[in-house]
Design a protein around this ligand. Structure first.
Ligand code: PLP
Length: 480
């Protein structure tokens, strides 16, 4: 492809993406293909000769779209949202065009410098304590990770390294990392995301899931009791991953209670606010983040709910040396003469290479402004409350938990199996898509506001579908 064709085809693709996103309502949100569908549609081996762009382009609709789940569809209500916006897409085009790998400051100074400034902007938008910001002049600062899973893993491994050092120093000079590691214990709530359990597996430490209260929150006393029990058994508690906005039901751990426990016990508290974190840019939701001052690290995904397309997961730490020292290897070819003056982000993450992801955060924050982003969050929360009202007005249903953000958990009154049938019937119907969840043995359905253009008509439509499918299901059950 020469430059003239690139100009032409690039513009065509921008038009295709614009049409796709503007007309997404017309597509079934969840595909009907069966596993292996795509292999049937393309050859077994790569082409020997170049193919025409027309043929390649035509295959988007023929091969790809039939198997695409339309996450930005206003009829897609599963999981949590994945953000989508034009400024972020444009930024990704630029990032791909520049194509640098910003592992050190010297490998592309703008890549590091923009990330440093924009993460301070974002930290201020969230009203994070200054200790998390570069501009405070201390050891704190932010970094963009690919995902919240990576942020949890990086912080868990850093905490693990810190504890191994501490124990080796305080011991008799005999280093037995294996013996200490076998005693390390990390905690999370029973509602924590699977990536937290996984971080424990990868980090080769025990991850204990602690019970939550009736609102789904991990409480300080539960944590304190677990620590005391484990210490008495000769174990070494070292890390807590608290969640603000759990995937199962959007519950919030009590960070104001757990934080002081962690501080007293010398435990690294990490906060995973992957989804809900975006809402903390609104003053009315910010109190949910109170207690963040006790956290060593805090993470949320602008790529979920803040209009920045995947991947962009923002992580802040109060003491970046605990992360950068934990993963520091220093080959000659990566050294540069300005080392130490700005972060070399390769030390803050697991991979070496990194994309120019701060561009999309920068474009989005500037294109919408804080006010525009706050408006967007508030719109989604309002839509969730609108849906909640529809559920509450129907005697057959009940709300599970509390609607705080853009997620509504609800169920048909009665046993789990009717709800399992309802979920299947709604998704088989195909007009909308939702996923189930279960907390302490109660099965329920989750409706998340996902599409960036979801409006009140879409919410009424979702309820109409659920209501119709329910009536049919209950009628069929009654006839049996
Ligand atoms: C609370 C929470 N933590 C972590 C994750 C994982 O996010 P990621 O895909 O960025 O690793 C999710 C995903 O939905 C989540 O809801």
């Amino acid at each position: 492809m020469d430059v003239e064709e690139f100009r032409k085809r690039g513009k065509e693709m921008v038009d295709y993406v614009a049409d796709y996103l503007e007309n997404i309502r017309e597509r079934r949100p969840f595909p009907t293909v069966t596993p292996g569908y795509l292999r049937e549609l393309i050859p077994d081996s790569a082409p020997e000769d170049p193919e025409s762009w027309d043929d390649i382009f035509a295959d988007i609709e023929r091969v790809i779209m039939p198997g695409v789940t339309h996450w930005d569809s206003p009829q897609f209500h599963s999981f949590f949202p994945t953000a989508n916006s034009y400024p972020a897409i444009i930024a990704d085009i630029l990032s791909d065009g520049i194509g640098n790998i910003g592992f050190t400051w010297a490998s592309s100074p703008a890549c590091t410098e923009l990330e440093v400034v924009v993460l301070d902007w974002l930290g201020k938008m969230l009203d994070l304590p200054p200790a998390f910001l570069f501009s405070s002049g201390g050891k704190g600062g932010g970094v963009i990770q690919g995902t919240a899973s990576e942020a949890t893993l990086v912080t868990l491994l850093s905490a693990r390294t810190q504890f191994l050092h501490k124990h080796n120093k305080s011991g008799d000079g005999h280093h037995d990392d294996g013996a200490v590691m076998s005693k390390l214990v990390a905690y999370c709530s029973a509602q924590a995301h699977s990536s937290v359990e996984r971080a424990g597996l990868i980090g080769a430490v025990t991850m204990k899931k602690l019970e939550t209260d009736e609102k789904g929150a991990l409480r300080g006393t539960t944590l304190q009791q677990a620590i005391e029990k484990d210490r008495a058994a000769g174990l070494i508690p070292f890390y807590l991953c608290a969640t603000l906005g759990t995937t199962l039901s959007c519950a919030f751990d009590n960070v104001l209670e757990c934080g002081p426990v962690c501080e007293k016990e010398g435990i690294w508290m990490h906060i995973d606010a992957a989804y809900a974190g975006s809402a903390f840019i609104c003053p009315e939701f910010r109190p949910l983040l109170n207690g963040v001052k006790y956290a060593m690290s805090f993470n949320f995904n602008p790529h979920k709910w803040m209009k920045v397309n995947f991947d962009c997961s923002a992580l802040w730490v109060q003491d970046s040396s605990l992360i950068s020292d934990a993963f520091n290897v220093d080959p000659l070819y990566l050294k540069h003469e300005n080392q130490g003056k700005m972060p070399d982000y390769r030390h803050w993450q697991i991979p070496l290479g990194r994309r120019f992801r701060s561009l999309k955060l920068w474009f989005v924050i500037r294109a919408y402004g804080l006010k525009g982003l706050q408006e967007y969050i508030r719109k989604d929360v309002q839509l969730a409350h609108d849906f909640e009202k529809l559920v509450v007005a129907d005697d057959r249903f009940e709300i599970f938990g509390e609607v705080v953000m853009g997620l509504v958990c609800f169920r048909l009154k009665g046993p789990n199996d009717v709800n399992e049938k309802l979920l299947k019937a709604v998704n088989d119907d195909g007009r909308i898509n939702i996923v189930p969840s279960s907390v302490k043995g109660t099965y329920f359905l989750r409706l998340a506001i996902c599409g960036s253009k979801t409006n009140n008509n879409d919410i009424n439509f979702a309820w109409k579908v659920i209501s119709e499918v329910t009536s049919k299901l209950l009628q069929e059950n009654a006839c049996k």
